[in-house]
Design a protein around this ligand. Structure first.
Ligand SMILES: Cc1ncc(COP(=O)(O)O)c(C=O)c1O
Length: 394
């Protein structure tokens, strides 16, 4: 009496981590470097906006977002990417990007593709909602390795013709969680060209786009626009969770071609959960402000340099270009995470919990993911502990 399609889902990463570690005592003061929950301060002025508009909790909010919020989101897109979208038809707010990434597959994946079961491409390792979205719409998720050999991004161009002909959607995360790799313009051009050739849609998860070292990562929409690609080709997802340290606000957006957006909006009219009005008012102001984003980025910049200094000599260390994770090579991620916990009290995530076993093995098995979300002192202490415990004198 339960759907078979989810029967092979592995347990989610964090219950798995608890099962691995919690039967053992920590070997020191407990330090969490597992979850990607920003710890820097969010803009303090949002609380005043929330209280100013608190009476609006008494109203049903508009599903598509207030006109002011939509204008703030398209204004941000125009400033960041130089692309001018129609705020009426090409953007809508989300309760954070996770639900949007899931629901976009519901709205956009056809029942069949060239007469066969559709394929949804996802990088491997990946943000786990992509796979559940694919399964929920009855598509076949195809996990494409994003490893050191492929620059830590999936090489979708290497897929067999038979798979590409059945592909309806492809998820891509840039900057990538967990590896911190950034798709450059050439990567986007190739992927968009492939999608044009095989007529599939790109769902670009860009929620780490504002956390980078020096150069802003190029966006999928920006490159698609410069190529003159079909405006329906790319759908982008952005969030205030990482950009503005507001993971609990649950505010992001989806933007793309008018037809894709009409389909997403229609589904949400039936089944969506619109953002409460006071949250829409806050989001409007936060998208319009860049000062707090620059301050936040400077804090991460310090931590990238810290990671390079402390771990730069570790064989296989790849300096993250963006985001706030380190993807560190180890012999076995579970063994390393357990050793760290038992010897030092530091918690990190085994890479295999973020990736799938395929015919080529599990590409996350030889990695741990380390979240650099705490303040600089705490992060420095954590990284030094990891270096000393796992890599000795490297
Ligand atoms: C790659 C990636 N995409 C999407 C999300 C979802 O973020 P939110 O729903 O808070 O916008 C996360 C959060 O950790 C993430 O790491």
């Amino acid at each position: 009496m339960f759907p078979e399609r989810f029967s092979n889902l592995p347990d989610y990463a964090f219950p798995r981590l608890r099962a691995l570690l919690d039967a053992h005592a920590p070997g020191g003061p407990v330090r969490h470097m597992t979850i990607g929950e920003p710890k820097h301060a969010f803009p303090p002025w949002i609380t005043g906006i929330l209280t100013d508009y608190a009476a609006e909790f008494g109203r049903y909010p508009p599903n598509d977002g207030t006109p002011e919020l939509r204008a703030a989101m398209t204004g941000w897109i125009a400033r960041r990417y130089g692309v001018h979208l129609d705020p009426e038809r090409q953007v809508m707010p989300l309760n954070g990007t996770r639900e949007g990434l899931y629901n976009a597959a519901m709205a956009l994946c056809p029942e069949t593709r060239n007469g066969a079961r559709p394929v949804v491409l996802t990088p491997n390792p990946f943000y786990q909602v992509y796979a559940v979205a694919a399964l929920s719409v009855g598509a076949e998720p195809v996990y494409v390795p994003a490893t050191a050999e492929t620059g830590h991004l999936p090489d979708y161009t290497s897929l067999p013709e038979e798979v590409l002909e059945r592909t309806a959607l492809c998820y891509i995360c840039s900057p990538a969680n967990p590896q911190g790799a950034v798709a450059d313009e050439a990567y986007w051009r190739e992927l968009i060209g492939l999608a044009e050739k095989h007529d599939f849609r790109i769902l670009a998860d860009e929620c780490y786009s504002e956390i980078y070292r020096d150069t802003p990562p190029p966006g999928a929409l920006q490159v698609a626009h410069s190529m003159g690609a079909d405006p329906e080709r790319v759908v982008i997802f952005h969030s205030l969770s990482k950009r503005s340290n507001l993971p609990g606000l649950r505010a992001g957006f989806v933007a793309g071609g008018p037809e894709c957006m009409a389909r997403i909006k229609q589904l949400r009219n039936y089944a969506g959960a619109p953002l409460p009005m006071p949250i829409q008012r806050v989001a409007e102001r936060v998208w319009a402000d860049e000062a707090h984003v620059e301050t936040n980025r400077a804090l991460y910049r310090t931590k990238y340099l810290m990671a390079d200094r402390i771990l730069g000599n570790v064989p296989g260390y790849v300096p993250p270009q963006a985001g706030f994770f380190l993807w560190l090579p180890v012999e076995d991620g579970e063994t390393a995470a357990l050793k760290l916990w038992q010897e030092t009290g530091t918690r990190v995530l085994p890479g295999a919990y973020l990736s799938r076993e395929t015919a080529q093995g599990n590409p996350g098995k030889g990695y741990i993911r380390v979240a650099m979300v705490a303040d600089a002192d705490e992060t420095e202490a954590g990284l030094t502990t990891i270096k000393d415990c796992l890599y000795g004198s490297a």
